[in-house]
Design a protein around this ligand. Structure first.
Ligand code: DX5
Ligand code: ZN
Length: 219
């Protein structure tokens, strides 16, 4: 059976209780904690930055999967590394030189993620796949939780997984946006091995986080 990791997005958590919410995610079986960082410029919404991530770090040992939706991103990468990010994911459109940003994250001894928006083609990362630990496929336009999954990205996941197999590479394929109990199997079958979910994990089954995480692992 395929091992699926779940990375709950704290965007759907109670922001006045973030530390406790993270503890609940840990008790509920989360593999990673997905932290959505938005700047009100690269995306039309504003969330949290390094001081909050640093404050949350002491609540769990689970790796922080930090999704940076900020531009220009390059000069801020170090701040997120120091705040306690374990995976640092950037969007190619948010940096002047993707390879430089990838190398910078690696030098800071963090895992490198690159995120592809629904309109961004795999070609953008093709030359760098051997240096990338994780590709984050966006299945919504980034900016907000609770949006509807875009089924057209399934083909992109399949294409990326085929390249991964052909080139014998090891990067993770993570999917982010609108994941629910009716579509998660489709993206896993297409090749995803990490699922991000905010709304489904925090709101389904009256907020039974443990039940929701374990359901998303049933493939
Ligand atoms: C969207 C964020 C997602 C979002 C996922 O810009 O990157 O991580 O919080 O939330 P749901 O699961 O509600 O789509
Ligand atoms: Zn995200």
């Amino acid at each position: 059976m395929k091992k699926i990791k779940i990375s709950p997005s704290i965007l759907s958590a109670d922001f006045s209780q973030l530390g406790n919410e993270i503890k609940k995610l840990e008790e509920g079986g989360a593999d990673l904690i997905h932290v959505d960082v938005m700047d009100g410029h690269f995306v039309p919404n504003l969330t949290i930055g390094p001081p909050v991530i640093k404050a949350l770090r002491k609540y769990t040992k689970i790796p922080f999967d930090v999704h940076l939706m900020i531009a220009p991103v390059h000069k801020y990468i170090k701040d997120y590394a120091e705040a306690g990010a374990d995976i640092i994911t950037v969007h190619p459109e948010a940096t002047e030189n993707l390879l430089e940003s990838i190398n910078h994250i690696k030098k800071l001894n963090k895992k490198v993620g690159v995120s592809l928006n629904p309109d961004t083609k795999i070609d953008v990362v093709l030359d760098y796949l051997d240096r990338i630990d994780l590709i984050l496929i966006m299945s919504v336009y980034p900016g907000f939780g609770g949006q509807k999954f875009m089924p057209e990205v399934v083909k992109k996941i399949e294409g990326l997984n085929q390249i991964k197999i052909n080139k014998k590479l090891n990067f993770d394929i993570e999917v982010d946006g609108g994941i629910n109990f009716s579509n998660y199997k489709i993206v896993v079958d297409a090749g995803a091995n990490i699922l991000v979910s905010g709304t489904t994990i925090f709101k389904e089954n009256n907020g039974d986080i443990k039940k929701n995480i374990s359901t998303l692992k049933l493939v």
